[in-house]
Structures are given as structure tokens and as C-alpha cells.
Write a protein that binds this ligand. Sequence first.
Ligand code: URA
Ligand code: CA
Length: 442
Amino acid sequence: MRMVDLIEKKRDGGELSTNEIEFIIRGYTRGEIPDYQMSAFAMAVFFRDMTERERADLTMAMVHSGETVDLSGIAGVKVDKHSTGGVGDTTTLVLAPLVASLGIAVPKMSGRGLGHTGGTIDKLESVPGFNAEIGKERFIELVNRQHVAVIGQTGNVAPADKKLYALRDVTATVNSIPLIASSIMSKKIAAGADAIVLDVKTGAGAFMKSPAEARALAEAMVHIGNNVGRRTMAVLSDMSQPLGRAVGNALEVREAIDTLRGEGPEDLAALCYALGSEMVVVAGEAHSLKGAEELLREAVRSGRALEKFRELIAGQGGDASVVDHPERLPYAAFQSEVLAGEDGVVAEIVADKVGTAAMLLGAGRATKESVIDLSVGVVLRKKVGDRVRRGESLATIHSSASEVGRVREMLLANIRIGERADVPLLIQGIVEASPMAGVVRH
Ligand code: URA
Ligand code: CA
């Protein structure tokens, strides 16, 4: 087999066989296929797309390029959740304990934040003593005991994707549905869960800006998951404005605690119930989303969800008393308000810009090496559609420095006040499995 022939085949719109796709990924991972040929191939895929079967094969070839996590030591169906990135997206902090409180195993492998999106591990580390670097054995032991644990990304997962993603980044081939879908799914599948729920964001803060693109990505990922034997569903959700009110690590832990108490922001709670319901259904613990949601709401009402959060924290060395005393979480030295300059209705809150503002305060990493400040961030006082009067607060800045002029300017410029607002629909759709005939089972 020669790479040049496979590039030509894809360039001319042909369909590659399973063997051919494995040849490409194996050769590229080993360094036998050079970057320039892989670049040409990625560009051919960009223009010619891939069939459903090719996408599943590409995903599994990337899964097999590295280590896979063996979760067979954990009893029952293991459910994972993945978000395509957002600003102030507090959902994982809420969902992990919420779903686990129903007795469903949620072994959560999570990352640290980069750029304007936050990472669940960083957020949890704002709880004094919390340790996410617990090793795989302890991780499995904890999930078996309390159904939930959170660990940092381990080992050499999908190295082919790592290499290809970096190449795509510099060859204008990131924005291709088959390449994004296989990239994300290869990492999820290698992480070992039996069932996967995806939160695919659309809007300014998201990877996929338009609803149509977001739906196509969600469908691509749901098909890949189901075609390779993992029950997968997706929610399409709005990320034109930040989710909830808090953006920043300790601030989001507080927000998660409120939400687990049933007192969280409406949009965050609604999305958590939507995603949580899918997690319960793919885990096989309910037959309908509606039935699943009722179970989740009862877990919040009864206090079981909050109790599970205490267990999650304590199990990994954290101070669980923060759940009842959030004032024990890191708190920034300075708070200052961003005041509205006019009367009106909040018409737009540009999510990625609010994320960047929080990053400038020190809540996020500009580079992988940056040290972050867990206490700082932004809390929105108004959301899109809210009425506001001149001089009223639009947002509170939590900072470690008294001078926040630049961040205030940035927030003022990106919280637009108008005469009326089109409030975006938070949940724009649900994507369920409809596996193709003659499913490939890897
Ligand atoms: N995130 C990924 O992990 N891969 C992509 O290709 C795009 C976003
Ligand atoms: Ca939030």
C-alpha cells in the first residue's frame, strides 16, 4: 500500500477501506508517513468528507494508536460526559455527583483548562486538599465504593489524534466534521466508558458557531459512538452567553453547590437535567428522558445529590465542609461591580469575551504552563433578556488586584444593552442514536 495512492483515492472522492485507514493511522503514528502526506490527506478529507463507516474506522484506528483505559474493574455500566467547550460551563461539577447519587458509575477523567474555557480538575482543586492525581487503582476503588471519582488525563491516550490535531491546526484542516468527530470520540472511547453523553455547544463561545454545524457534529459523534458499540446521545446547547452566572474556578464550585441544593441558576440547572437524563438513559437506569429527569430531581430534593458531592470531595482528600460553608473556598481580595451605562434590556453577553476577561484576571491559562488563581473570575448579575437600569450592576469582578480597568472595559463592551432581546433557546435539540444497518462492532 502506498500513501500517495490513498491520498489520491480520497482526493477523487473514493471510500477508503478499513485496512487502508488503519495503514494511514499506524504509519503516521510511527513516523513512517510524513507530515506533508498527512496534511494532503487531511485536506482531501476536508473537501471530500468521510462515510459513516470511514469515520468509525478512523476513530477506532486512533483509539488503537495508544493506551486504552481498562475500566472493567468497575461494576455496571460506566457513563461519561463530554462537552465541546464553553465558558463558565459548570455542568460536570454538578452532573458527576448528581448522576452518581442514583448509583450509576461515573468515572470522570477530566482535563485542565486552556484558553478561555475552564477545566473541571482546576475547579475541583479550589476545594482545599482535593487531589485529582490519585492513580488508577485508587480511582477504580473509589468509583466502586461511591460511584464517582475525578482523575486527570492519564497516559498515552490516542497519540495519533494528538499528532494529527497539531498538524490540522497549522494546515487549516481543523474545521472538518469527520476529523473533529473522530478526534473527540477517539479520546472518549480510549478513556473506557460504555456509554457517552455529549454536550455540543453552539454560539459565540463555542467551537461550532452555527446551529447547523453543531447538529452535524453532534450527529457525527453520536453515530460513531453507536457504530462502535458505545451507547451515545447528545444535547445541542446554546453557548452564546456563559452558562449560569459564575465564570472562574472557586466561583463555579459555589455555583455547583447551589445547583445541587436546587438553588442554582435556571439555565445551568436545566442543562444539567437534560444531560443528566441522557446519562441515566444510556446507563439503562430509565427508559425515558422524562422518567430519568424525575429521578434526578428527586435526588436533588432529598439532598442525596449534595451528599454525593461531599463524598466525592472527601474521597479525594478534600475538605467536604465547603459544601455547607462555601466561604471556606478561596475568595478573591477585591470585588468590584460593572455598572450599566444606560437603561434597557441585556441583548447580548458575548461568551468567549467573558471567558477571556476571566482569563485576564488569572482564572484561566494563556499557555499550558500558566499558574492560575482559583479565587478570581466574573459573576454575571444579569443575563440576556433581563431588564437593567443605568447604574445597576451587570457583573461582579472578583480579582486579586485592585486595578481592573481593562477587564471592566472588556465586560462593558461585551455586555450589550438594547431595547429588546432575542433570548436564545438554551436546549436546541437532542440527538439520539440511529445506528446504520450492519453496524461495525469493534
Ligand atoms: N477538540 C478535539 O479534541 N478535536 C478536534 O478536532 C476539535 C476539538
Ligand atoms: Ca457557570
